[in-house]
Design a protein. Structure first.
Length: 301
């Protein structure tokens, strides 16, 4: 039997989803995996048949959690010095990218490729790990697009169809400190009222939703698996560079991904319709034109 492998997942939802092709490939190779990440991984990856553990906020508590896991090896999908330090102090043999000054903390330090899409970054690291830890295995072909197959048990009350989903929220900033929020959401929300738009604000987005989008149907407080279900039933989704953008694209629904301050070449889902680029937001007219082109029932409204 192959030894178990701990996977330290990224701290952002979008990055975690871009790890999916690597996780599924390891699963196909029958390598027992133990996922360690933020508490929301239990909702986001409910469809995966893998044990999952929540990573405490405290580094000391995380070390304690890692020490309870008998697996000796850990694959770090995180890039931080602290995650490598925690793995080292927990007595684990770690494999990760040699960045953030942590090379000496890693058992196997892999040079990080440049100008790769983030999905390819995770796939590459996984392939290098297989060479180190499972050299007799044939890695196979890694998928390029994350895909989420929702279990039948995931349900969300009665939402009249058809509807579209707008994702106007975005947390974090670009490397230059600029917002990831497209500047024309309010105007777009009014233009598309006939298509029954839904927004799904999180706990920190309720005030913004109430102030800017009181005219839209709001599904607040959804768990991530419920949010995935709502996205999977939408005619089309429009989203900033955010976790919901990656969630939407992973369900396979038509997704318009809006970029302006971050690199679309690095993080845009390959199966999404990307509008804009770093340094240039798409105009309202461009987004409406793309919506008209890709909405599956545009001629029925």
């Amino acid at each position: 039997m192959k030894p178990s492998l701990i996977i330290r997942l990224p701290n952002w939802i979008g990055d975690a989803i871009m790890c999916l092709p690597a996780l599924l490939q390891l699963q196909k190779l029958n390598i027992p995996l133990i996922l360690l990440g933020r508490p929301w991984i239990h909702e986001l990856f409910k469809h995966l048949d893998m044990p999952m553990l929540s990573c405490p906020k405290s580094k000391i508590e995380t070390i304690k959690v890692l020490k309870t896991i008998p697996a000796k090896n850990i694959l770090l999908f995180t890039n931080s010095f602290s995650s490598a330090l925690v793995a080292r102090l927990a007595g684990k043999k770690s494999i990760g990218y040699a960045c953030d000054g942590r090379r000496l903390l890693l058992t196997h330090a892999i040079p990080k490729p440049i100008n790769f899409h983030e999905t390819d970054v995770f796939n590459h690291l996984t392939q290098e790990m297989l060479k180190c830890r499972f050299p007799s295995l044939e890695p196979g072909i890694f998928a390029l697009n994350p895909s989420i197959d929702l279990p039948n048990r995931v349900t969300q009350g009665s939402i009249p169809k058809p509807y579209i989903v707008l994702c106007p929220f975005a947390h974090g900033k670009s490397p230059e400190g600029l917002t990831k929020k497209w500047p024309h959401w309010e105007a777009l929300s009014h233009e598309l009222k006939a298509f029954h738009p839904i927004i799904c604000p999180g706990p920190n987005e309720l005030e913004e939703a109430q102030n800017l989008y009181p005219h839209l149907q709001q599904l607040a407080g959804l768990k991530l698996d419920e949010y995935l279900y709502v996205l999977s039933q939408a005619d089309i989704i429009i989203a900033n560079d955010s976790g919901p953008m990656h969630m939407a694209a992973a369900t396979g629904r038509p997704t318009l991904a809006l970029f302006g301050t971050t690199s679309e070449k690095r993080t845009a889902p390959r199966n999404a319709i990307t509008l804009g680029k770093k340094g240039q937001w798409p105009s309202l007219e461009e987004v409406l034109s793309a919506f008209d082109a890709y909405h599956p029932h545009k001629n029925l409204i």
